[in-house]
Design a protein around this ligand. Structure first.
Ligand SMILES: CC(C)(COP(=O)(O)OP(=O)(O)OC[C@H]1O[C@@H](n2cnc3c(N)ncnc32)[C@H](O)[C@@H]1OP(=O)(O)O)[C@@H](O)C(=O)NCCC(=O)NCCS
Length: 159
């Protein structure tokens, strides 16, 4: 693996030590973006769901409203962005947002086998402005977890 530093030791370590094993054991797939031989960013994806038992009643009502003309389910399919990181040398230049847009269209247009409605992410607190700028909303109004907030994006918003 080529060198990569996004400023976060866990995210750097995942790419170096875990990404390959996660793919081999079918836990998560990692996508690396390179420019002129340098890794400028990576993200990893796995299957997920937004389920009634995991969110507040208010949030669930908001999710259900999106399916008002159909039978309601106790969960809806999602894809989780397990990791998302841009190299420090490229940070703050709009590259993360461009990759996020590419990722959304890639998943919507090329996922011909299994349906999903939402993207989810456990956003680092420092990265929340980035996800908000990329149209993610909070899934749980007052997340207890002090390190991350669960956020989601409705893929239908692309249409
Ligand atoms: C978060 C991250 C992926 C954003 O990538 P990026 O290429 O720097 O993002 P962009 O340049 O597209 O920024 C878009 C918006 O995100 C926000 N943003 C980006 N980095 C930010 C930071 N460090 N702190 C606060 N807001 C930030 C800003 O609102 C920015 O909008 P602006 O350009 O109008 O100021 C990148 O900074 C990174 O890899 N950080 C370390 C790892 C991390 O936190 N990953 C997320 C794990 S959940």
């Amino acid at each position: 693996m080529k060198p990569f530093d996004c400023g976060d030791a866990d995210l750097n370590g995942f790419l170096l030590n875990d990404a390959k094993r996660f793919a081999e054991t079918q836990i998560a797939n990692t996508f690396v973006i390179e420019e002129e031989g340098n890794i400028i960013a990576y993200f990893c994806l796995l299957n997920d769901k937004i389920s009634k038992v995991e969110v507040t009643n208010g949030t669930w009502r908001k999710v259900k409203k999106k399916f008002s003309h159909e039978k309601h389910f106790s969960s809806y399919p999602a894809i989780k962005i397990g990791r998302f990181a841009v190299s420090l040398s490229y940070k703050g230049q709009g590259i993360g947002s461009k990759i996020m847009l590419f990722l959304k269209y890639m998943l919507r247009d090329e996922n011909a086998y299994s349906a999903f409605r939402f993207l989810t992410v456990d956003a680092y607190l420092s990265a929340i402005p980035f996800y908000e700028k990329n149209d993610f909303d909070f899934l749980i109004p007052d997340d207890d977890n002090k390190h991350t907030r669960l956020m989601y994006f409705d893929i239908i918003r692309l249409q």
